[in-house]
Design a protein. Structure first.
Length: 319
């Protein structure tokens, strides 16, 4: 009996006192009032659309029906997606698009950052020029590159024909085999300045004393980079790669404006396919199921991004 009474006493102490919690909330009511508008906006703009998208993914919405007449189908939309051959084509395109754009943009941006980290005449002007692709509107850049790639009036095709390197202008974005690599080139051109800026900022944190000490010890340029510079850039490299991956996985403007997913779904990635299903075919249920899967993937990438930032904060705190 004593044991039971003791357990009950411990359980009562471990349980939060509701009156005490409510009293604390009431005492700090002014503080909560300050953040209440932000919470309300987040619930309306973020929480409710996420909830409604998840709910809609379990319903069938034929084009002839209104959303209020949707039919509950359970997990049929998800199984239909996984059984569809278009899903695997779009997934393959998305992986190639994301991996190719992210890796090459990071490598090119890193190389430019290393080159611009040195002192030479005209460095500031070159930095400004290299940042231009990033500050140009993605919509404007997409239309410009669409004309550059044009099979009849494009400047690349005209130059190749003029130099005798090709009998006729190539079909960069009109061919199934070349459309995705052509779009990746445009995306790399747009994104590498971001990686360059991030890595240039990281290079500012590398201690000069360590580099000079390594040079005195006889380390060559590659050894100084690999054993001194790169370890200091590991965290910023991880954050940059994750940000590029999330942006590329969710990229919409360039592939949609330049090709609309064509030809024959050769340039469709997840986000453009979702847009076509929802607003082109009015298949809201299937599009919502795609969106839920995309949301889970981006949340997983976001988890690693937050972990990378937390690692940076802990490292800074320990130092």
């Amino acid at each position: 009996m004593t044991i039971l009474t003791g357990k009950a006493e411990v359980s009562r102490r471990l349980r939060p006192d509701r009156s005490r919690v409510l009293r604390k909330v009431w005492e700090h009511r002014a503080d909560y009032a300050y953040v209440l508008p932000a919470i309300a906006v987040m619930l309306i703009v973020i929480a409710y659309p996420i909830y409604y998208t998840i709910e809609l993914s379990f319903f069938n919405t034929p084009p002839g029906l209104q959303l209020r007449d949707k039919i509950f189908v359970g997990l049929d939309n998800y199984t239909a997606i996984l059984k569809s051959p278009v899903f695997w084509t779009v997934t393959s395109n998305t992986l190639i698009w994301t991996a190719g754009s992210t890796f090459i943009s990071f490598v090119l941006g890193f190389a430019c950052a290393l080159a611009l980290h040195r002192d030479f005449a005209g460095r500031a002007i070159l930095r400004a020029i290299l940042i231009i692709p990033w500050v140009i509107s993605a919509v404007a850049a997409s239309y410009i590159w669409k004309w550059i790639y044009h099979s009849d009036f494009g400047i690349i095709g005209s130059v190749l024909v003029g130099l005798g390197l090709s009998d006729r202008p190539p079909n960069f974005i009109d061919s199934v085999s070349t459309v995705l690599p052509s779009l990746i080139v445009v995306n790399i051109w747009r994104e590498f300045p971001f990686a360059m800026i991030m890595m240039m900022a990281g290079l500012q944190t590398v201690p000069d004393q360590l580099l000079r000490a390594a040079k005195v010890d006889g380390a060559n340029a590659w050894q100084r980079f690999w054993h001194v510079t790169f370890p200091h850039l590991r965290n910023v490299s991880t954050v940059t790669i994750l940000l590029l991956a999330v942006a590329n996985f969710n990229s919409f403007i360039i592939p949609w404006i330049m090709t609309g997913g064509g030809p024959s779904n050769a340039s469709h990635i997840w986000i453009t396919h979702i847009y076509e299903l929802a607003f082109g075919r009015q298949r809201w249920g299937v599009a919502s199921a795609y969106s839920v899967l995309l949301f889970l993937i981006l949340m997983s990438l976001g988890y690693f991004y937050v972990r990378a930032l937390s690692g940076n904060d802990q490292k800074d705190g320990s130092e």
